[in-house]
Design a protein around this ligand. Sequence first.
Ligand SMILES: *[C@@H]1O[C@H](CO)[C@@H](O)[C@H](O)[C@H]1NC(C)=O
Ligand SMILES: *[C@@H]1O[C@H](CO)[C@@H](O)[C@H](O)[C@H]1NC(C)=O
Ligand SMILES: *[C@@H]1O[C@H](CO)[C@@H](O)[C@H](O)[C@H]1NC(C)=O
Ligand SMILES: *[C@@H]1O[C@H](CO)[C@@H](O)[C@H](O)[C@H]1NC(C)=O
Ligand SMILES: *[C@@H]1O[C@H](CO)[C@@H](O)[C@H](O)[C@H]1NC(C)=O
Ligand SMILES: *[C@@H]1O[C@H](CO)[C@@H](O)[C@H](O)[C@H]1NC(C)=O
Length: 312
Amino acid sequence: MNSIMKLLASLLLFIFSSLLFGDVVVAESLNQKDPFSGRNKLFVFGDSYVDTGNTKTTDKGAWAFPYGITYPGKPSGRFSDGHISTDFLAQLLRIKLPVTYAKKDDVDKTRLQYGMSFAYGGTGVFDTYVNYPNMTAQINYFEQLLGNVYSPPSDLSSSVALVSVAGNDYITLVRAYPNDPIGLYGAFKPFIRKVVNQTEENPHLGSEEDSNTIIDTTLKSVAKLNKENNHSAFTIIDYYNTFLAIFNNTGGIPGIPTFQNISIPCLGDDGKVCDDRKSAFFWDGIHPTQEGWKSVYKVLRHNITAALMPKA
Ligand SMILES: *[C@@H]1O[C@H](CO)[C@@H](O)[C@H](O)[C@H]1NC(C)=O
Ligand SMILES: *[C@@H]1O[C@H](CO)[C@@H](O)[C@H](O)[C@H]1NC(C)=O
Ligand SMILES: *[C@@H]1O[C@H](CO)[C@@H](O)[C@H](O)[C@H]1NC(C)=O
Ligand SMILES: *[C@@H]1O[C@H](CO)[C@@H](O)[C@H](O)[C@H]1NC(C)=O
Ligand SMILES: *[C@@H]1O[C@H](CO)[C@@H](O)[C@H](O)[C@H]1NC(C)=O
Ligand SMILES: *[C@@H]1O[C@H](CO)[C@@H](O)[C@H](O)[C@H]1NC(C)=O
């Protein structure tokens, strides 16, 4: 993607994230009596915002230098210079990083007790430009492990699900119209309507209506997860406003740095890494740096903690 398309794609990502009420859904588990510290498993679904190494492409992106330069010092399959969303959530839950689905057979079985990540960079709720499992397929992988690797209900009642849908469905649409902004606009218009309509209709879980919008498909996926947990409540955490709050921060949020030049990613189009990686919010055109994610979790910390606490 050239940089204009990149910028457009990330812009759309933010616009749509806003319409979709944000990207990250934390689905709560069943046992309301469990203390926060009892959440000892993290199951992860979605895309590059949460993928800690399921993809295999080694010639570029997450498995190629300089990705991973900050942590672990070499490419690790994370789409950033270092730690990402999943790492920070695991840290917040005080558990070890869940193993990736791709590595599940290679690790010591005791590692499986912290949950698993089924997320693949580039994927969406619909099929996208990459040949990796979409959201439904990821959830199916998870379900295949139930009853043998993970035993409901006890294993699930102590779990947290992190679901990220950051915008690959939109980027796929963008890519279908290279150098054709008018065609893209034409394709987007009905799509925008559909999303807005769906938002206005205030869709609820469990609806049998056949609908194709991303929000609906995402909600259905989460509903399916919740069903496994015998739990209908879930919390949607709004990345979009968190990102905005950080972009806008001029010192008002304690402990959050004021990032310079938000729109300029640390990793340039020429492959050069910026001098001070902590000064950049974005690592590449779309993915935050480790410092960016760290700030996001500082802002979200209280809300996530509150969402996972037992309800009064
Ligand atoms: C997700 O992938 C599966 C398996 O490839 C496919 O059957 C299904 O149609 C896809 N779902 C969507 C919503 O695109
Ligand atoms: C859900 O509830 C049903 C009926 O109460 C029970 O049989 C089943 O084991 C529960 N499943 C989970 C995952 O808690
Ligand atoms: C959105 O809603 C408007 C007004 O109800 C309707 O005319 C239009 O067909 C809807 N568009 C889509 C894509 O559902
Ligand atoms: C956290 O929750 C409060 C209360 O519901 C809400 O007003 C605020 O916008 C949330 N913050 C973020 C970053 O989502
Ligand atoms: C960020 O700043 C813009 C422009 O100053 C303002 O319109 C917007 O409401 C602010 N957003 C947040 C989340 O603070
Ligand atoms: C931010 O961008 C402006 C304009 O391109 C430039 O003058 C300034 O040096 C940049 N600041 C940093 C910290 O990169």
